[in-house]
Design a binder for this molecule. Structure first.
Ligand SMILES: CC(C)(COP(=O)(O)OP(=O)(O)OC[C@H]1O[C@@H](n2cnc3c(N)ncnc32)[C@H](O)[C@@H]1OP(=O)(O)O)[C@@H](O)C(=O)NCCC(=O)NCCS
Length: 178
């Protein structure tokens, strides 16, 4: 598994992943995703206030994407998100991606990483738990998009929390490029 900065060459695969019904249901991507929207969305990730990576498998095949919300540099906090290509699910891709992003965040000096997960998305909740995140509680009736409101579990991990990877050794999870 490898994470590399998301770039225009990844747009077709991102779009295919984003247009999957589960991704539309559980992420903030607009439904339907308009033509040209992903290209605009990509420009938000400036590598300082927001970051985005393509998740690649061992053969270099795109298997998903991973993103940050706006990095709170003063508060040293960040929200992390992920979506996996439908045919690559169930193989640990999201867990590896979240572990890698979390490592990136703590290496960058951030003190708190969060994942907001719909109460109707047990697979993603399981991903957060496997990546060592702690369930803090449920944020009720959060504005999702298009006038919809949803209940979101708030999961967090701090640098002082146990590293769930085997002994937390360097190289156990991929480190995304800056
Ligand atoms: C949720 C999602 C990211 C998971 O990706 P993935 O690569 O399949 O995740 P992983 O393989 O790392 O782990 C999935 C875990 O959830 C479990 N799981 C899957 N479906 C489940 C369900 N309906 N109920 C409970 N657990 C479930 C799997 O068994 C696995 O746990 P295990 O390793 O203990 O067996 C993927 O389904 C996806 O992209 N969904 C659409 C976008 C999305 O929801 N993004 C997250 C927004 S918060």
């Amino acid at each position: 598994m490898n994470l590399e900065p998301l770039r225009p060459a990844h747009v077709p695969q991102v779009l295919a992943t984003m247009r999957d019904p589960a991704t539309l249901r559980f992420t903030r991507a607009p439904d339907p995703v308009p033509d040209g929207w992903v290209e605009q969305w990509l420009t938000r990730f400036d590598g300082h206030d927001r970051h985005a990576w393509a998740v690649l498998d061992g053969t270099g095949t795109f298997v998903g994407y991973a993103v940050t919300g706006p990095v709170d540099h003063e508060g040293a906090e960040v929200e992390l998100g992920y979506a996996v290509a439908p045919d690559a699910r169930g193989r640990g891709v999201a867990t590896a991606a979240l572990l890698a992003m979390t490592r990136w965040a703590f290496d960058a000096g951030l003190q708190r990483a969060t994942a907001l997960v719909s109460t109707e998305n047990p697979a993603s909740a399981r991903v957060a738990a496997k990546a060592g995140y702690v369930l803090e509680g449920v944020l009720r009736s959060v504005h999702h998009r298009g006038g919809r409101r949803v209940d979101l579990q708030c999961w967090s991990r701090l640098p002082s929390d146990p590293d769930p990877t085997a002994a937390g050794r360097p190289g156990q999870t991929p480190t995304p490029h800056a």
